[in-house]
Write a protein that binds this ligand. Structure first.
Ligand code: PEP
Length: 260
């Protein structure tokens, strides 16, 4: 069984460094020192430094929510992977749907960022997923395959094995709608098959594929119990320590029980 990985995407929250520190402290206390389930939090960039200081000595990873593909230069408002690493980041979210759809980020840009992240040793969490219209038009697999073809281009099998994918149906993000475990598993299985066809079975079996979209403590166990769901990228519920820790606990329970 692949180790489950729960990551919290705080998006543009909370609004003060004090609140970010308090949230990180509560998550750190709840996670403790056990690393059997991988955990990371991804605060806004301006709080990375504060949260890194809190997380010192804990197994919790620190992720940024975006990065630029260039190492330096005239890119106003952007941050390089090296800067993120310098401030303590171990992970970076790439291609979140709020950036793909709200900011028109393309697969080619995500691919450039992915190569830059891998090049300096950041663990990328690459987001993919269809809109409601695409699902209703029965295009889910085509959309997800297209996003993977573009954003994962040029990776070696070894590089691919270190990438985390997050399947996040856009219609389930922040809406309270969740894909049912069987809907999510069906897409995760498609993703695993696609990875097998492009990178080989051994690599595909190593890739961690998270599910994201209104994951909460009360639906986490069922989702995480599905054979190809290897964790969760959590938005709203990651802003309340008790809810986020409830999801981490669900992952620990699934890990203890094992999957079929
Ligand atoms: C996300 O932003 O990646 C996400 C899954 O959000 P939420 O859990 O709020 O749906």
């Amino acid at each position: 069984m692949r180790p489950l990985f729960i990551a919290g995407n705080w998006k543009m929250n909370p609004s003060t460094s004090e609140a970010a520190v308090a949230l990180a402290e509560a998550v750190k206390a709840g996670v403790g020192t056990s690393a059997e389930v991988r955990v990371a939090v991804c605060p806004p960039s301006v709080f990375l430094h504060h949260v890194d200081a809190v997380l010192s000595g804990s197994p919790i990873g620190l992720g940024a929510q975006n990065m630029h593909w260039k190492p330096d230069g005239a890119y106003t408002g952007e941050l390089s992977g090296a800067m993120l690493q310098d401030i303590g980041c171990t992970h970076v979210i790439l291609g979140h749907s709020e950036r793909r759809h709200g900011l028109h980020e393309t697969d080619a840009q995500i691919n450039a960022k992915l190569h830059a992240a891998i090049g300096i040793g950041l663990i990328p969490i690459v987001c993919i997923g269809e809109t409601l219209e695409e699902r209703q038009a029965d295009q889910t697999n085509d959309v997800v395959a297209g996003q993977m073809t573009g954003s994962l281009a040029g990776l070696s099998p070894e590089q691919m094995a270190g990438v985390v994918l997050a399947y996040e149906p856009v219609w389930a993000i922040g809406t309270g709608l969740t894909a049912t475990p069987s809907q999510a598993q069906a897409v995760h299985e498609f993703i695993r098959d696609w990875l097998t066809s492009k990178f080989g079975e051994a690599t595909a079996q190593r890739v961690v594929v998270q599910y994201g979209g209104s994951v909460k403590p009360d639906n986490a166990a069922e989702l995480l119990g599905a054979p190809d769901i290897d964790g969760a990228l959590v938005g709203g519920a990651s802003l309340k320590a008790a809810d986020f820790l409830g999801i981490v606990q669900a992952a620990r329970d699934v890990t203890a029980k094992g999957k079929p």
